[in-house]
Design a protein around this ligand. Structure first.
Ligand code: IMP
Length: 425
């Protein structure tokens, strides 16, 4: 078995979908292992644009098996609509769904909204898809798993126990809504019937696929990790490399290559700290050239300079063996380009990411400044043929700095949304 892992090193939206799709060409099996339909990735194949929230990116490639692992939380209505969307375009996904994956239920979405309202001006800015409440129930052992969804007796039993309990929580939040157990059962048992043939013990499948190439596809980014990110302004899953093992059942020592995806600058959606944010014309340049609007919520992303303290933190925790740089083209045309490599926190220099929000609020990024550059199509063709050496000197200096600071080799450079706009190094 040769297993490769791709994960995000920032606050998500690093361009993982494209990197995964590129590597998926050589893989037999593509596995998603955490998150849910809070994620969104866009893949461009020829003139066709595919937007997924739940399906692994590899699902559009013929002959691949796409796996939704046990660590994912699944909104069955969304999953079914993505399968239907693919079918409409003539693609029949070869999809396996873990019977251990948890199901996002209507009360999870309702409570996501209620909790956010309760937080007032300290809200997380969630995607509102019920992700946090679903993971909370998983940990509290109050969840419904895909194995229950396809078993009517089990589903009924779980709903009869859980819904009255949720009603008490609704009451505490002052919510007037109530759910009808029979209606929820009717709707969700129908989803169960639709998905039944795809739900299986994916662990057994993955462990018996030792002679095949497996690609593990991360969602979100390391700074949204519930333990290592900017807590509580995080998502509710493990977005660092380690999440791939717990979310798929593939042991850590079987993962041979770990690729951290680094966008050439930084973005963040939702609330929470962002030390290198540029709320000015630099941020506007990055947002406009980079089309930085969320795939899932359509929200404009906050933009800023590359933060190598963040990237080092992510690569270190995840044991990265390589970096994929994305959207390097977005930096073209700027007079100067900056990258933070350390922080000044209350007069002390630090090059690791602190845990406390108070410390994070006091971060003053320490930047290295680079002269800008621009490139033509033809120059990119030359880079494709001759490698990184053919880049303009200023761009090379920027990339050299990333490698030197992180101590991790750049293995891929992406300069546009299309599959062809990629250089492997
Ligand atoms: P949740 O995952 O919906 O609970 O949202 C928690 C935080 O993670 C919010 O700040 C979201 O904007 C952020 N988030 C969740 N998924 C993504 C993603 O795929 N890209 C970027 N940010 C995300």
């Amino acid at each position: 078995m040769s297993v490769k892992l791709v994960f995000g090193t920032q606050w998500g939206d690093e361009g993982k979908g494209k990197v995964v799709d590129y590597y998926a060409e050589k893989a037999d099996i593509v596995v998603r292992y955490q998150g849910g339909n809070n994620a969104g990735h866009t893949i461009k194949i020829g003139d066709e644009v595919f937007k997924f929230h739940l399906l692994p990116s590899g699902a559009v490639r013929k002959g691949k098996t796409a796996v939704v692992g046990n660590g994912v939380v699944i909104d069955p209505e969304v999953l079914i609509s993505e399968i239907e969307e693919l079918r409409k375009r003539g693609v029949e996904p070869n999809l396996l769904i873990s019977d251990r994956a948890h199901v996002i239920m209507p009360y999870h979405r309702m409570l996501d909204g209620a909790e956010e309202r309760f937080r007032g001006n300290k809200k997380v800015g969630t995607t509102g898809r019920g992700i946090g409440p679903c993971y909370s129930d998983k940990i509290a052992r109050l969840g419904i798993r895909m194995g229950d969804l396809i078993d009517e007796d089990a589903l009924k039993e779980r709903l009869e126990f859980i819904i009255p309990l949720k009603h008490r929580i609704f009451e505490a939040y002052g919510m007037k809504e109530r759910l009808d157990i029979d209606e929820v059962f009717k709707e969700y048992s129908e989803y169960g019937r639709y998905l039944k043939d795809m739900v299986t013990d994916t662990l057994e499948f993955l462990q018996s696929s030792t002679d095949r190439e497996i690609l593990l596809e991360g969602a979100q980014g390391a700074m949204l990790d519930v333990d290592f990110g900017t807590y509580p302004y995080t998502t509710s899953s493990h977005t660092i490399g380690g999440g791939a093992s717990t979310g798929s059942g593939i042991p850590p020592n079987r993962i041979e290559e770990i690729i951290g995806v680094v966008k050439a600058y930084t973005t963040r959606v939702g609330m929470g700290p962002f030390p290198t944010e540029q709320n000015n014309e630099i941020g506007e340049h990055l947002g406009e050239r980079g089309h930085e609007f969320g795939t899932t919520t359509g929200r404009a992303r906050r933009c800023g300079w590359l933060d190598l303290v963040v990237v080092k933190h992510a690569l270190r925790i995840s044991g990265a063996t390589g970096i994929a740089i994305t959207k390097i083209d977005v930096l073209e045309g700027l007079e100067t380009v900056k990258a933070a490599y350390a922080y000044d926190i209350d007069g002390k220099k630090k090059d690791s990411f602190p845990a406390s929000l108070k410390d994070i609020d006091n971060i003053k990024p320490i930047y290295r400044e680079f002269q800008g550059w621009s490139m033509t199509e033809g120059e990119w063709e030359k880079v494709k043929e001759e490698g990184i050496e053919a880049l303009p000197e200023n761009a090379k200096r920027y990339l050299d700095f990333i490698e030197k600071e992180t101590g991790v080799k750049i293995k891929m450079l992406s300069y546009g949304p299309a599959r062809e706009e990629t250089v492997e190094l």
